[in-house]
Ligand binder design. Structure first.
Ligand SMILES: *Cc1c(COP(=O)(O)O)cnc(C)c1O
Length: 373
């Protein structure tokens, strides 16, 4: 019996889709470089780990693992609502914010609808739009200043909007560029946009921001009912393995999203650990402070070596080597140093590096010196 052409059997949007590229096979690399010899700087994980309180809360729920999680996630939603001065009905939980981005497109975009994002925008936005059957248009990023930075151009995004547009995805700060725009620039963008276009502001790195011109777009929710802000516990909270993210928006909007939510999308350890992590503000602040210091130190070290580094408000840096980065990347892999290739983003001369601890950053620079020599 012949194997059917499954590609042809797939929904139209999915036929054209390429799966998200998670970078290297990290498990295989860990086997190749045992005993912590692998320097994992490819996925923007938090090298300091989560709050110890999150670990305790996680262990406390082990006796309950035969039970389903709270399908409403009420405890975590209430904690988040208090944290952001919102009502719990304005908070929606996801299995990571990746799931929320997919669900938003599934619920609010579809065949015939247009979704707008930016050049060098996060790869998941195009996947979410196409998986929903919608079109995805990319607005050009800001022109390069020197080699960098090339952040979102909000005027360009507005110009890309047409009759069919139903959603706009922006990350602030953005991955993979690390660039950002001010809250007042976002405010102006929103004030000019049709109010029936959903604007999703992905704030996966917001906790790392040190520029006072950028505060969370959650502050704009009362004025823009079409705004959705997504956040995650994967980055600054150091809980990427638990897969918990959340969206803040109007209750009426979230009630629509609720229709496509898998009933137990956030697991029991995730609910418990994230509520505990949220309560430990001291840990979060120390992570953000250490990251900001290391971000500056590492950027200076890279620039001393003649490399271009985009300004960043995140826990990663985009490095432009001024030549094809693939040979540098593979030489680093041979030495057990994992960075993220950027060729899929149309940035073949660039690699993205997660800001590590001082010890990790020192090793990175040492290995880079060897490779570039
Ligand atoms: C890491 C990241 C996410 C978060 O993903 P989770 O699914 O919450 O782990 C979302 N958006 C951007 C831009 C990211 O870099």
């Amino acid at each position: 019996m012949g194997v059917p052409d499954f590609d042809a059997l797939a929904n139209a949007g999915i036929q054209r889709l390429r799966a998200y590229d998670p970078g290297h096979d990290i498990v295989a690399l860990r086997q190749r470089f045992p005993d912590a010899a692998l320097l994992e700087l490819g996925s923007n994980e938090n090298p300091y780990g989560p709050s110890p309180r999150a670990r305790e809360a996680l262990l406390d729920c082990l006796p309950e693992l035969h039970r389903y999680p709270d399908p409403l996630g009420t405890g975590l939603k209430q904690a988040l609502a208090r944290h952001h001065s919102l009502d719990a009905s304005q908070v929606f939980l996801g299995n990571g914010s990746h799931e929320l981005l997919m669900m938003l497109a599934q619920a609010f975009a579809g065949p015939g609808a247009g979704v707008v994002g930016s050049e060098f925008g996060f790869a998941v936005y195009a996947i979410a739009a196409q998986a929903a059957g919608a079109g995805y248009a990319k607005a050009p990023a800001l022109p390069a200043v020197g080699a960098m930075p090339r952040g979102h151009d909000l005027a360009g995004l507005a110009a890309e909007v047409d009759e069919s547009t139903r959603m706009v995805f922006v990350a602030n700060p953005n991955n993979p560029t690390g660039t950002w725009f001010s809250t007042s620039a976002l405010d102006e963008f929103l004030s000019r946009l049709r109010s029936d276009i959903l604007v999703v502001v992905d704030e996966a790195y917001l906790e790392y921001v040190t520029d006072e011109a950028l505060v969370s777009a959650i502050s704009l929710l009362p004025r823009y009912p079409n705004l959705v802000v997504t956040r995650t516990f994967s980055k600054a909270y150091g809980l990427a393995g638990l897969r918990v993210g959340y969206a803040c928006a109007q209750p009426e909007l979230l009630r629509v999203l609720e229709r496509v939510r898998e009933s137990f999308n956030v697991n029991t350890p995730g609910l418990a650990a994230c509520a505990a992590a949220l309560a430990d503000e001291e840990h979060l602040h120390s992570v953000a402070r250490d990251n900001a210091g290391e971000r500056e130190w590492l950027a200076a070290g890279l620039r001393e070596r003649g490399l271009s580094v985009a300004p960043s408000q995140t826990n990663f840096l985009l490095i432009d080597f001024g030549r094809e980065a693939a040979p540098i990347e593979s030489a680093l892999i041979h030495r057990g140093v994992v960075l993220r290739p950027m060729i899929g983003y149309g940035l073949p001369n660039c690699l993205r590096v997660t800001v590590g601890t001082r010890q990790e950053n020192e090793r990175l620079l040492r290995e880079l010196d060897q490779v570039l020599a």
